[in-house]
Ligand binder design. Structure first.
Ligand SMILES: Nc1ncnc2c1ncn2[C@@H]1O[C@H](COP(=O)(O)OP(=O)(O)OP(=O)(O)O)[C@@H](O)[C@H]1O
Ligand SMILES: [Mg+2]
Length: 253
């Protein structure tokens, strides 16, 4: 097999050159990292689950007219995506207080927020991805005011879609992070949802039990990450719910 050109290797994914210009192949690794990569582990099967789940969310968004980079899944660990110019911001939408917001503002985890709150973090591992304001973003040229308005609108549409999809399977979407990129079509530019949408980038709580079904299981050592992600995938119908391994031929009448 011909060797593919590796474009970028990150903590959770690898990007390879795609088959057509303007496309990339996104490979999902099993690596899990937290606290700016201070904590690291390899969790067998995580990449396969995230590839499937990101496909599920992104293709759903495409279907309702929210543009994403997703084209198609290629195999267990890889998907074909459109190459975008990533805006160096992590866009976080919060419905319920948790994580860094609870810590920073002293709001108890689980407190419902009066409205979805959109935050921007500057993507820079060296600085620990600091929270930034619209003033910083515009002053330093990371995005224009128009981009920011479009990014907020895009993020809120993703929030409505994901909240509904998760609510339907008994899961509360507490918060999530997306990355947004630019696609150029001649002089015309549009923004699309890029990177991934998976339990690595969302906070998902079981509505009945409050159990964490996301990367906090890894961050806070709450049990098996694979079990949590498998539960999300099963509920969404992304994985079969009762996988049986027949050991002998069965007669069907
Ligand atoms: N459609 C796309 N086109 C170009 N780059 C993309 C696209 N989707 C995601 N990326 C970038 O690919 C990389 C994915 O790798 P990974 O998530 O493992 O990175 P990371 O270690 O989290 O580092 P980073 O801080 O850059 O996110 C990210 O840098 C992300 O911004
Ligand atoms: Mg990343």
């Amino acid at each position: 097999m011909a060797r593919r050109k590796k474009i970028y290797e990150g903590k959770a994914k690898i990007l390879y050159e795609g088959p057509e210009p303007g496309t990339l192949v996104q490979y999902f690794k099993d690596d899990a990292t937290a606290f700016n990569a201070e904590k690291h582990d390899v969790i067998e099967g995580k990449g396969v689950l995230n590839n499937r789940l990101s496909e599920f969310f992104m293709s759903g968004l495409n279907a309702i007219g929210v543009p994403t980079h997703f084209i198609k899944r290629i195999n267990m660990r890889e998907q074909l995506i459109r190459q975008v110019e990533i805006i160096p911001l992590e866009v976080v939408v919060r419905n319920t207080a948790a994580g860094s917001m609870s810590k920073r503002l002293g709001i108890e985890e689980g407190t419902p927020l009066p409205r979805p709150i959109v935050e921007f973090y500057y993507k820079d591992d060296g600085l620990g991805d600091p929270l930034v304001t619209e003033e910083h973003i515009i002053a330093f040229g990371w995005a224009s005011q128009q981009d920011l308005d479009d990014m907020v609108a895009l993020a809120l549409r993703v929030n409505d879609f994901l909240s509904g999809v998760m609510m339907a399977v008994g899961i509360k979407l507490v918060d999530f992070k997306i990355e947004i990129g630019r696609i150029w079509d001649g002089d015309y530019m549009r923004l699309v949802v890029a990177d991934e949408i998976s339990p690595d980038s969302c906070r998902l709580w079981d509505i009945k039990t409050g159990a964490h079904l996301d990367k906090d299981v890894f961050r806070r050592d709450l049990g098996s990450l694979t079990d949590a992600y498998t539960e999300v995938a099963k509920r969404l119908g992304v994985l079969p719910t009762n996988v049986t391994h027949p050991t002998k031929p069965t007669l069907i009448n």
